[in-house]
Design a protein around this ligand. Structure first.
Ligand code: DMJ
Length: 470
């Protein structure tokens, strides 16, 4: 059982009654289990049901803002009520990223309309250089997950087309992928990358291989993961920046934050989804070093900071919104004790300004980067911890975070990031992961456990549930 540390003014409620049914109307599905009169969840009660409905209503508010002001574009700018396309022309980033959330939340009309938009309008034959990592986790992951949820073969065909167009990214001397690849010509550029970008590809490329029975995708992404791992230091740590042509590290700073984070996530999750023993071995060879050199206990709190990959010496005592994914990964891999402690720290960080700063110094508890990008990681971790411990503290944590999220970030057209958690000044940004991840994890945290069979899916790093259907 996880030990929860005191969480300031946060008070946990008593365990609530059995969960009444929450109506869900879902499309054809392979792993939603609550289609006809959902089963009750003994851990979640009336308040959680109420919160799940609130989350769904707010998700739809944001979605309808996108529909009204940015339909067919990559993203909504929620203050100016205009559209934004990442590469000057749309790759339907928000629709593809959000489709499985629409399905999971039972928004069947919106899901149908979105699926038709994607199936009839998404063209990947574009003369644009795209970021291999972002397109893989958002578009490829989204297409594969929605294909598994709907069985619509058009989505798998798009995923296959996209996978083929991304493959040239791996044509470096080391097998580590270039940062950018041109979707039409296959030309590549930008050899300086990081472990998150080289090692967060196998869940999506591997699933594509399994579903199309073409091993090439698995092989390329697995090699990139292994080549990253092979370059770990004798201590077992990886750095922040690497050249894919030489295989040399350019920055020895090691951490679990953005740029490395999901590399660790995929070591464990690729073992879970594919039963790949090499991934398990790489996880086992890595995680002790992370817990030894990056974990930092300060005045009864657990944090994870930065260290030099070669010496293990502490280089920074910063932790932030992106690091907050780690309790979920610790919980998923069985370390509920550390997971609970670290989640309590993340929640302390959130509670400093009643919304989450991008980065703090956990020694001084001063904000280092004051933006809030509507990130999902801390909510993802609350969801995983609630799932594994059934501790009502995580529902209460989610209740407070959702309340703050709505209070400070809601706009007439959707949800807006904050320029500053101190002043709460908004910025004109609503990334596609807000609909793919943030709302999805809020919803799953409160919804009946059987809304989605947690044990049958592995979420990619963009919250797209993938299932071993092969
Ligand atoms: C998402 O695109 C993914 O979760 C990624 O792994 C990290 N950054 C964002 C969300 O914060």
């Amino acid at each position: 059982m996880c030990k929860l540390r005191p969480m300031g003014s946060f008070t946990a409620n008593a365990m609530l009654d059995r969960m009444p049914c929450l109506p869900l109307v879902c499309a054809t599905t392979l792993f939603l289990t609550s289609l006809s009169g959902c089963a009750s969840s003994p851990q979640k009660g009336e308040e959680a049901r109420h919160n799940a409905n609130r989350v769904k209503a707010e998700f739809l508010h944001a979605w309808h803002g996108y529909e009204r002001y940015a339909w067919g574009h990559d993203a909504l700018k929620p203050l100016s009520r205009t559209a934004h396309d990442w590469y000057g022309e749309s790759l339907l980033m928000t629709p593809v990223d959000a489709l499985d959330t629409l399905i999971l939340l039972g928004c069947s009309d919106e899901a149908y309309k979105t699926r038709e938009l994607i199936a009839t309008k998404l063209s990947l034959d574009r003369d644009v250089y795209v970021k291999n990592f972002e397109i893989t986790i958002r578009l490829l992951g989204g297409l594969l997950s929605s294909y598994q949820l709907t069985g619509d073969p058009r989505l798998l065909r798009l995923a296959q087309d996209l996978g083929q167009r991304l493959l040239p990214a791996f044509n470096s001397p080391t097998g580590l992928p270039y940062v950018f690849v041109n979707l039409r010509s296959g030309k590549v550029r930008d050899p300086i990358t990081n472990p998150a970008e080289t090692g967060t590809l196998l869940l999506e490329f591997g699933t594509l291989s399994k579903l199309t029975r073409n091993p090439i995708f698995y092989q390329k992404a697995k090699r990139a993961l292994v080549e990253t791992f092979k370059r770990r230091s004798p201590l077992g740590l990886v750095g922040s920046s690497i050249n894919v042509e030489t295989g040399q590290w350019l920055d020895p700073d090691s951490h679990i934050s953005g740029g490395i984070d999901s590399y660790y996530e995929y070591l464990w999750k690729c073992w879970l989804l594919f039963g790949d023993k090499d991934c398990l071995a790489m996880w086992r060879a890595s995680i002790p070093a992370v817990n030894r050199y990056l974990a930092d206990e300060t005045s009864a709190s657990l944090w994870y900071g930065h260290a030099n990959m070669g010496t293990g010496a502490r280089t920074a005592t910063t932790y932030g919104a992106l690091d907050a994914f780690f309790p979920a990964l610790l919980a998923l891999s069985g370390d509920l004790d550390r997971a609970g402690q670290l989640q309590a720290s993340s929640f302390r960080m959130w509670s400093l300004y009643d919304i989450e700063p991008e980065l703090i110094n956990y020694r001084t508890m001063q904000v280092v980067a004051k933006g809030y990008h509507l990130r999902p990681e801390i909510i993802e971790s609350a969801y995983y911890l609630e799932h594994f411990t059934h501790h009502p503290a995580y529902l209460d944590m989610g209740d407070k975070m959702f309340h703050d999220f709505v209070r400070f970030c809601r706009t007439d057209a959707g949800y807006a990031a904050l320029d500053s958690v101190v002043t709460k000044e908004k910025r004109d940004e609503m990334e596609s992961f807000v609909l793919a991840e943030t709302f999805k994890y809020f919803y799953l945290l409160f919804a009946p456990d059987k809304t989605l069979d947690f044990d049958k899916v592995v979420f990619n790093t963009e919250a797209h549930p993938l299932r071993r259907t092969w």
